[in-house]
Design a protein around this ligand. Structure first.
Ligand SMILES: [Zn+2]
Ligand SMILES: [Zn+2]
Length: 191
């Protein structure tokens, strides 16, 4: 009911084709190139797979699930709307794209997994009005049916962020100190 009134006064338009009804219509969603494989977070694009042997000697992230290539033109529009126009509702669209990526990669997300997120700075949060990664993590928690919690002991952690950045490794190190087993970055895309 609330949605009905919101749509009446603030109709949604597809950010790509401008069709009314949703922020990303079904046709445009299907144009996005969602990846079905992963690459080492640190030596892309050379090595497919999880964090490669040589990188894992000095790094803490066990791998990176980045749902789309950064060259995808619809993804560029989504990121820009999400961060520059503060379109919080896009977090559910982004979560659907990421969930599709995990499905295509054949990951079985079981109860050993929890979600966490790489927070933005307080200054950014004030400016945007919300933390983009936190909103994504909340939506992913619903879609993947795993909790967004701060209990890392013996858990595998999906560390959520809109765009992958290498400093997420520092956070992975902290989570492992708190008892996390494996930590994977989970992002919409990478640079
Ligand atoms: Zn569209
Ligand atoms: Zn590597």
């Amino acid at each position: 009911m609330k949605d009905f009134w919101l749509n009446l006064f603030f109709p949604k338009f597809c950010l790509n084709c401008k069709k009314e009804g949703s922020f990303l219509c079904y046709d445009c969603f299907s144009l996005i190139e969602i990846l079905n494989k992963t690459y080492c977070p640190y030596c892309h694009p050379a090595k497919p797979g999880k964090t490669c042997f040589s990188c894992s000697e000095t790094k803490f992230l066990n791998g990176l699930y980045a749902a789309t290539p950064c060259s995808d033109f619809i993804i560029k529009k989504i990121v820009s709307q999400f961060k520059n126009n503060y379109l919080k509702e896009l977090s559910s669209v982004i979560a659907s794209i990421i969930t599709t990526h995990l499905y295509l990669c054949n990951i079985s997300v079981n109860e050993s997994f929890i979600l966490s997120f790489s927070p933005c700075t307080l200054k950014e949060k004030k400016k945007i009005g919300f933390d983009p990664s936190e909103e994504m993590a909340k939506e992913l928690s619903i879609l993947l049916k795993i909790p967004l919690i701060n209990q890392f002991s013996n858990k595998n952690v999906f560390l959520v962020k809109d765009i992958f950045e290498e400093k997420m490794d520092k956070l992975a190190e902290e989570l492992k100190k708190k008892g996390a087993k494996k930590v994977f970055a989970l992002t919409l895309t990478r640079d």
